[in-house]
Design a protein around this ligand. Structure first.
Ligand code: ADP
Length: 196
């Protein structure tokens, strides 16, 4: 199975990504985690990534594609992928679609997790004390939500037009969100080996 999770910060992409990977056998690829690992590795590239992340700005598309593409290609050859947080801009989406078409591994579904902004903000602030993330601060959280609305939001109609969007209410317990995702996916034509 090959799918992506499209969701604002705090909607539960990471949790649902892990659950979907366990359910389907596909690999969970979390863009933010891969970029944070690259940032920790240091060097000029690492410092540039860390600076964008700390401000809550998106990392430039070319850097994201350079970091993510090898992981996506590798996963595509081994049971598929659950992309969590990639693509996040239209140029990333078109670059990913071209690569997938070239390799014959196009997307089966784009799962959009939505929740009211007040719920997202509360979850992110609740998690801030344990996350240790430089971007889990009230002002940066507000900015990350704005960036999602302006830059990533347009991917919702992009995938809807392609007939692969599954929209799910993320303001529910994790098990209910997973159940709704699985119900939504069963309405699409997925490969028969997909966990059901
Ligand atoms: P959240 O969705 O809660 O913001 P993530 O770990 O997915 O958490 O992303 C954290 C940060 O990593 C983003 O604010 C951004 O700086 C960077 N990032 C993650 N994915 C992408 C992407 N696809 N394109 C650009 N930047 C990204």
């Amino acid at each position: 199975m090959r799918l992506l999770l499209l969701a604002p910060p705090g909607a539960g992409k990471g949790t649902q990504g892990e659950r979907l990977a366990a359910w389907s056998g596909a690999r969970h690829i979390a863009a933010g985690d891969l970029l944070r690992a690259e940032a920790r590795a240091g060097g000029g590239l690492g410092r540039e990534i860390a600076a964008h992340q700390a401000r809550g700005d998106l990392v430039p598309d070319q850097i994201v594609l350079d970091v993510l593409t090898p992981a996506v290609v590798e996963a595509a050859a081994h049971g598929g992928y659950i992309l969590d947080g990639f693509p996040r801009t239209l140029p990333q989406a078109t670059a990913a679609a071209e690569l997938a078409a070239r390799l014959g591994v196009t997307l089966h579904a784009a799962v959009y997790l939505h929740a009211p902004e007040a719920v997202l903000t509360r979850r992110l602030l609740d998690r801030a004390s344990q996350s240790g993330r430089s971007d889990d601060r009230a002002d940066v959280i507000r900015h990350r939500l704005e960036v999602f609305a302006e830059t990533t939001g347009p991917l919702v109609p992009y995938y809807e037009e392609r007939g692969i969007l599954v929209a799910v209410d993320a303001d529910q317990p994790p098990e209910s969100v997973s159940a709704d995702i699985q119900a939504g996916l069963s309405g699409l034509s997925l490969p028969r080996s997909c966990g059901h």
